[in-house]
Design a protein around this ligand. Structure first.
Ligand code: TMP
Length: 209
């Protein structure tokens, strides 16, 4: 029997969609399925250099505001670093990778939210060269509800304090990519956590067997 090829599974969603608890669930399901814990990544971040870039995009500096194009390039620099030094080597060893966000976030936030879709698509094509997750679970939430949940957790960062229209555009972009790509599954994250988790478990078992 040939060994199943290691997969790259990604959880996406706006702030307050419930990514963290979904990640714990998916991690447990993958561990049970493969008999080995997946390597978990987060974006931006996941390598020492990419974590520095995470701080650059998360923390506002009023004396030198980050322009939209520089923000976009930082996300891709961090992603390229993570793919080269963590994601690809891990998959090559046969270990699954579970990602907290990936390229779909840039398409949604920078492409949709910032209105930079042509730039995002060009950089995406050039840097990723077709590399993409095997499966993405997109936790869909109304931005107002998600941001209220996120605000209840603590202080909001530079991106979380954008106007609601920014998140509405990002959400519409997440949904439009999901409608075009069978590897992106939409989960209604406004349901109770039990129902969200039941749906995630169902979708994964249908795909993992
Ligand atoms: P989070 O992973 O803790 O939610 O923080 C990441 C933030 O960065 C979140 O507000 C979404 C945003 N983001 C982008 O705007 N573009 C990207 O490509 C990624 C990965 C994240």
């Amino acid at each position: 029997m040939t060994q199943e090829q290691a997969k790259f599974i990604v959880i996406e969603g706006l702030e307050g969609a419930g990514k963290s608890s979904a990640i714990e669930l998916v991690k447990a399901i993958i561990t049970q399925h493969t008999k080995q814990a997946p390597v978990c990544t987060r974006e931006p971040g996941g390598t020492p250099l990419a974590e520095k870039m995470r701080d650059l995009v998360k923390i506002a500096d009023e004396t030198d505001p980050l322009c939209d194009e520089a923000e976009c390039l930082l996300f891709y620099a961090a992603r390229a670093q993570l793919i080269a030094n963590v994601i690809k080597p891990t998959l090559a060893k046969g270990t699954w990778v579970l990602g907290d966000r990936h390229n779909l976030s840039s398409l949604a936030y920078q492409g949709g939210g910032r209105g930079l879709m042509p730039l995002v698509k060009s950089i995406s094509d050039i840097t990723l060269k077709g590399f993409k997750p095997d499966l993405t679970l997109y936790l869909d939430i109304d931005p107002q509800l998600g941001l209220t949940r996120a605000a209840n957790r603590g202080e909001l960062d530079r991106i979380e304090t954008q106007k609601i229209e920014f998140f509405e555009r990002a959400r519409a972009t997440f949904l439009s990519f999901a409608a075009e790509d069978e590897s992106i599954i939409v989960i209604d994250a406004s349901q109770t956590i039990e129902r969200v988790h039941a749906q995630i478990a169902h979708e994964l078992s249908a795909r993992l067997g």
